[in-house]
Ligand binder design. Structure first.
Ligand SMILES: [Fe+2]
Length: 326
């Protein structure tokens, strides 16, 4: 299916991705990973939860770690422009026959819960507790020096359908991979905030969360993190990279947290604010689309992901597969 024409005037205005909530089985181990190793900042913690923000962020949280029996993702969070957008969003999802619910979320204003077409749990809010800036508190810059949350990537059992759904919400496709035989989308990158993506979809058993990415100042931050992880007991948590993506042109590293949730460290993609920007097409058989320098991704990268809580998973309808490392 061809990439749909961008919807420049969606029914409500999503600003950007905002946050993810992970269920983690050992809160102390997760804190050691996200705080002591990556360098995210604690903004609230109690016996069950840790709320974190990155160094440029004024909003209270971009990631919530919640103690639980099973490592899952509870929700992907998005910020909308203002309060009336939340009411418009409620009407929009109700009209589509999707479940809506107003929930209490600490440190956030009114919060609307719903699900996407494949069942991914989503929440939307307009206002979050604002904190004092810390981006010039350089004594806090530790680990990989994470500046902000950048994007989600999800496995989708039908990428064409996911793209149509998020396109209608105003997300614009920047790059995509097509299967030359079936002409179906194998993956697509879609944005609201003016970078390459706020959310991407990859063909596979889904819905599942493939990874959550954090933006860092430069590639040296990634090299420094590799030196740190490889000498502090996290060697096995390094999954793929470092390298430069073909798609997005970003410098990247993929790591796994103590529960296996995949985190990407990411920097240096490009600006995409022009509403008439044409998306870039990649062939699934082109190894440079994953890594510009040619190295294929490991099998785990294509197969493993985080399940969403209380969400049914189904197999992909597209059999085409890219080249993987032996
Ligand atoms: Fe990514």
């Amino acid at each position: 299916m061809p990439v749909p024409k961008s919807n420049l005037y969606p029914d409500f205005n999503i600003v950007r991705l905002s946050h993810v909530e992970f269920m983690v089985t050992d809160l102390a181990a997760s804190k050691a990973f996200y705080v002591d190793t990556l360098g995210l900042q604690i903004t609230h913690e109690d016996s069950e939860n840790v709320y974190l923000r990155a160094l440029e962020e004024r909003n209270h949280h971009c990631i919530i770690l919640r103690k639980g029996q099973k490592a899952e993702a509870n929700v992907l969070g998005f910020k909308v422009y203002d309060e009336p957008d939340l009411d418009k969003a409620e009407t929009y999802f109700n009209d589509k026959g999707l479940p809506t619910e107003w929930i209490e979320r600490p440190h956030q204003g009114r919060t609307l819960r719903t699900r996407d077409l494949h069942g991914i749990p989503l929440e939307f809010y307009a206002r979050m507790e604002q904190l004092a800036p810390i981006h010039q508190h350089y004594k806090l810059y530790k680990g990989v020096r994470p500046l902000r949350i950048d994007h989600f990537n999800c496995f989708s059992s039908n990428v064409d359908d996911s793209v149509a759904f998020y396109n209608d919400l105003g997300f614009r496709v920047t790059e995509y991979t097509e299967d030359e035989e079936s002409k179906k989308l194998w993956a697509a990158w879609m944005h609201r905030k003016g970078g390459v993506h706020d959310i991407a979809f990859t063909n596979g058993r889904g819905p599942r969360l493939h990874h959550t990415a954090f933006w860092v100042p430069n590639p040296m931050a990634i090299i420094d993190l590799l030196d740190l992880m490889s000498t502090t007991g996290y060697l096995e948590n390094i999954e793929r990279g470092p390298g430069r993506h073909g798609i997005s042109n970003a410098f990247f590293l993929y790591i796994r947290d103590p529960d296996g949730h995949r985190i990407e460290i990411y920097c240096s993609d490009y600006m995409t604010v022009d509403p008439d920007m044409e998306p870039i097409k990649w062939d699934l058989k082109d190894p440079q689309r994953q890594t510009l320098w040619g190295a294929p991704a490991p099998r785990s990268w294509f197969e493993e992901g985080t399940t969403f809580a209380d969400t049914e998973i189904c197999d992909s309808q597209l059999a085409a597969q890219p080249i993987v490392a032996p």
